[in-house]
Design a protein around this ligand. Structure first.
Ligand code: ZN
Length: 80
């Protein structure tokens, strides 16, 4: 299943993940495919509709976050 997850600000090694086009760093949506646990870059999109492959976030991480949030915070997940 594929889902868009509204994430809190995400940091990797102390550096915030932000949109490479407009610089937004909050309300970013992480796209997760629960059947894809590869180490490939996951897709992230911002409120302005920009989407990019974020090499610091793996699809495995996205799938794991999705599974956890589906149980605890289903309101942040939009199944697509
Ligand atoms: Zn943007």
């Amino acid at each position: 299943m594929i889902a868009d997850i509204t994430m809190p600000p995400m940091f990797k090694a102390g550096i915030i993940i932000k949109c490479p086009v407009c610089g937004r760093d909050d309300e970013l949506q992480l796209t997760a495919d629960t059947s894809d646990t590869s180490e490939t870059a996951a897709f992230v999109k911002c409120d302005a509709g920009h989407q990019w492959a974020e090499p610091r976030v793996t699809r495995r991480f996205a799938a794991e976050v999705c599974e956890m949030l589906a149980k605890n915070h289903p309101e942040v997940i939009t199944w697509v």
